[in-house]
Design a protein around this ligand. Structure first.
Ligand SMILES: [Zn+2]
Length: 131
């Protein structure tokens, strides 16, 4: 899956930068022309962050619309996705926005000593009684 490898490299990059600190939030900018499906990325995020400093962090995705210019008729074009065509029918477009795929921000948890206790068990279920 395309999104899985993208998510993996994003998580690796952030984890590297975070070092031994925990990450509270990651903000991504994803252009509508980048070919990345934000929902798939969200889904992969939970898988990829498991066991990393990003585990449990929030993922924010900023959606960027496509903007550009037609090389044939010089018209300004604004597009939400593929297929990308100008009103004149040309696909010879030069994009100025919409192809972004980048990490905009990474917020670290303020106090790494205040990590919530971790419970063992399946699917986050907590056992309250006995051992
Ligand atoms: Zn055109």
């Amino acid at each position: 899956m395309h999104e899985l490898s993208i998510t993996r490299s994003i998580v690796e990059l952030c984890a590297e930068r975070a070092g031994d600190r925990r990450v509270a939030r990651v903000t991504l900018e994803i252009g509508r022309l980048s070919g990345v499906v934000a929902d798939s990325l969200r889904f992969c995020y939970d898988l990829c962050t498991e066991g990393t400093p990003l585990e449990g962090s929030a993922l924010e995705i900023i959606d960027i619309a496509g903007k550009g210019r037609c090389r044939d008729c010089a018209r300004e074009v604004s597009l939400d996705g593929w297929p990308a065509l100008c009103e004149c029918g040309s696909a010879n477009l030069e994009w100025s926005a919409g192809e972004e795929l980048r990490i905009k921000e990474m917020e670290l948890a303020e106090n790494k000593n205040r990590d919530r206790p971790r419970f063992s068990g399946n699917q986050g279920q907590t056992t309250f009684f006995g051992k």
